[in-house]
Design a protein around this ligand. Structure first.
Ligand code: HEM
Length: 330
């Protein structure tokens, strides 16, 4: 059920966008109002979540340490896995954000017959995650050609590099395929591994189905119905310049694709997908481990009223003596 409900929801959402324009003629709603709302919710939601995280107290340095800490001169420190400078932190963060290094080092634990606990590499999850995130980024950047005129050089470059194999007409983009293959793998591993299926919730399946829906509908638009790209660009430029137009030659299927994208944007700030911003704010990653080099004083420390032993003894000296307790001051 946890997988079926999101699957049905995504199919219904696609049909709403498609039939809402094709049958009900609600072009202003699906082609302009909802995209504008989605962008506003996305940015406001993102800022709200980030500001709330940034405002949470982090009184202590709690970096994850995975290597030798900087100590005596003759002990070689590990400046990346146990960073003690800002540069070390930046290198570790960059490796994490660009190459998901902690996921690569993650191991799988299995109980084999015997019983024997076996640790093995989890390289497929890392490969699937890398393939998905990088192809998603390339697709997003490529889509900028709809929203810009003239098209920036790096968008044209990516378009040419991605279509390098030049298979068929329109040219087949490698990332269209890699995105769908990686997402299918990420979905199937949840469905077929009993342990993963047990812990997977609606909120784990919904983003996967939504992204697959976006990828499939985009794939359909480009390779099967071959929608009028010039008209789509007119619509996209109209949105950017706040003068929306809805050219008739845009395929109604396009509005299904767009509606799924809007759903993703609205859903994003309230979902686990916020790990995109969260990784930058994670105190276990973004702090240098210089706990032994610098004395960190909790900025929220306030003067605490204390009752010292000397004062205690002054208060109770006679009673203590009577009870036979040794006192420091006679
Ligand atoms: C999260 C955002 C989006 C994702 C992940 C996405 C994904 C895709 C994918 C995978 C394709 C298949 C072809 C390709 O790889 O380029 C595609 C095609 C397409 N997408 Fe998107 N899309 C997104 C947003 C949008 C938006 C906002 C528009 C509105 C302009 C749009 C319009 C189109 C059109 C018109 C095509 C057909 C492209 C062609 O024929 O070259 N997409 N999309």
């Amino acid at each position: 059920m946890n997988a079926l409900i999101p699957l049905i929801a995504v199919i219904v959402l696609f049909l709403v966008g498609w039939l809402g324009t094709d049958q009900a003629g609600l072009y202003v709603l699906f082609g302009a109002a909802i995209p504008y709302i989605a962008i506003v919710v996305f940015f406001c939601g993102l800022v709200y979540r980030v500001v709330r995280w940034a405002a949470s107290p982090v009184p202590f340095r709690i970096p994850t340490t995975c290597g030798q800490q900087k100590s005596l001169d003759w002990i070689r420190p590990n400046p990346v896995d146990n960073p003690y400078t800002l540069f070390g932190v930046l290198v570790r963060m960059a490796l994490e954000i660009l190459f998901f290094r902690s996921l690569l080092r993650n191991t799988k634990t299995e109980l084999k017959s015997g019983p024997r606990v076996v640790y093995s590499s989890n390289i497929w999850l890392w490969l699937g995650a890398m393939a998905f995130h990088w192809s998603f980024l390339v697709i997003l950047i490529r889509h900028m050609r709809f929203f810009t005129e003239p098209v920036p050089f790096f968008v044209t470059f990516l378009h040419q590099a991605d279509g390098f194999f030049q298979v068929g007409v329109p040219i087949f983009y490698a990332t269209s395929f890699i995105l769908l293959a990686a997402l299918s793998y990420l979905l199937l591993r949840r469905l077929f591994s009993p342990q993963l299926r047990y812990i997977s919730l609606v909120n784990d399946y919904f983003p996967l189905f939504l992204l697959i829906g976006i990828g499939l509908s985009g794939f359909w638009l480009r390779y099967i119905t071959k929608t009028d790209i010039v008209a789509v660009k007119e619509l996209a430029l109209g949105l950017v310049s706040f003068t929306p137009t809805f050219p008739e030659s845009v395929s109604p299927l396009f509005y299904g694709h767009l509606f799924l994208v809007c759903t993703l944007f609205i859903y994003f700030p309230f979902s686990k997908l916020m790990h995109m911003a969260g990784v930058f704010l994670s105190p276990t990653r973004n702090l240098a481990n210089n706990n032994r080099m610098v004395r960190h004083i909790n900025p929220w420390n306030y003067p605490v009223k204390v009752h010292t032993y000397e004062e205690y003894e002054d208060d109770f000296r006679e009673k203590m003596k009577k009870a036979g307790i040794v006192v420091e001051k006679e």
